[in-house]
Design a protein. Structure first.
Length: 217
């Protein structure tokens, strides 16, 4: 998936970033930071204009979020809730599953209108927050204001990280080559540790089941 996105970005740049950010705003499971960082890297290397990248990113992030908001409004009119609406597509039902809706409700109970602002920074519930805001009749102007304010904080950070990496690309590659053996060793250690812990849990579960069977007999 990441390799396909990288190839697509190289061919179309701004249009590709705009499309991917729009789809991410609609709830498609694409990490929003990937196109932002990638565009920043390209800007740092001189292949893109960082200011155009920022403007395009902000515009299409907000367009995607507002579309998701209006999808929530339409679902509310047609069925009153995602679970009770036969016309609600399965994707939106999964996006606002009972577990996520419960978490979103906790957000709104705790933060009120600011849930839209803080929801942008919480992976896994952002789409559900925006969809629920539309379903609940959250004021559109306030939604756009809070969402834009949150994006103005997060978008420059991701672009800035990419820009710095692009500007120092050759130095980073040299450093990566220098510490490659250490990184591979750490990865191998983590994999082996994970396998050992998994085997240990499995043995403990089997032992617990055996003791339970003996007790029943």
């Amino acid at each position: 998936m990441v390799e396909w996105l990288t190839l697509y970005f190289e061919q179309f740049q701004y249009a590709a970033i705009a499309l991917v950010l729009f789809l991410a705003g609609l709830g498609v499971p694409i990490p929003e930071d990937i196109p932002l960082i990638y565009g920043g890297v390209m800007a740092g290397k001189g292949s893109m204009n960082v200011y155009i990248h920022f403007i395009v990113s902000m515009v299409f992030i907000l367009i995607g979020d507002v579309c998701l908001y209006f999808i929530g409004r339409r679902l509310a009119r047609s069925g009153g809730s995602l679970e009770g609406s036969e016309r609600a597509p399965s994707r939106w039902q999964r996006l606002a599953s009972p577990e996520r809706l419960a978490k979103v409700q906790g957000f709104f109970d705790r933060y009120g209108s600011w849930s839209v602002f803080f929801g942008r920074f919480v992976a896994g519930v952002r789409g559900a927050v925006f969809l629920t805001a539309g379903m609940g009749g959250f004021p559109l102007a306030r939604f756009i204001l809070l969402d834009a304010a949150a994006a103005l904080l997060s978008v420059p950070i991701w672009i800035g990280i990419g820009y710095w990496a692009g500007a120092h690309w050759e130095a980073l590659l040299d450093q990566a080559k220098t510490y490659q053996a250490y990184v591979l060793g750490a990865v191998a250690f983590m994999v082996l540790l994970g396998l050992w812990l998994s085997a240990r849990r499995r043995r403990a579960a089997e032992l617990s089941e055996g003791l339970s069977s003996d007790a029943q007999e």
